[in-house]
Design a protein around this ligand. Structure first.
Ligand SMILES: [Zn+2]
Length: 87
C-alpha cells in the first residue's frame, strides 16, 4: 500500500512529490498560496543523531497545516552558499 494516508491526510506519494519539487505547493491541494511559520529544532550533536528542524506551514486556500522537516546536510561560507559536501 504505497498510498496509505498518513500525516493528517498527506499520502506518501504526495509527500515524495512535495519533497522532490522543493516544497512547490500545498501537499494537500497543490496551491502555492502557502505561508511558512515558526521553526522548532532538535539539535542532535550531543547524541550523535541527525539535527532536525521543523517548520510550521499553512495553506491559505484549503486551511491545511503541516510541518516541513529539514535535516542538517552541509555547512557553507556565510557569503558563498556553495555546497561543500558532495551528494
Ligand atoms: Zn492547500
Amino acid at each position: 500500500m504505497s498510498n496509505t494516508v498518513k500525516a493528517r491526510g498527506i499520502t506518501v506519494a504526495k509527500a515524495k512529490h512535495y519533497i522532490a519539487c522543493g516544497g512547490c505547493g500545498c501537499p494537500n491541494c497543490g496551491s502555492e498560496n502557502v505561508t511558512g511559520g515558526s521553526f522548532d529544532s532538535d539539535i542532535g550533536w550531543e547524541r550523535r543523531l541527525p539535527t532536525v528542524v521543523w517548520q510550521n506551514v499553512y495553506c491559505e486556500d484549503c486551511d491545511f497545516e503541516w510541518q516541513d522537516v529539514y535535516t542538517l546536510t552541509d555547512v557553507c561560507d556565510r557569503d558563498d552558499k556553495s555546497f561543500l559536501v558532495p551528494d
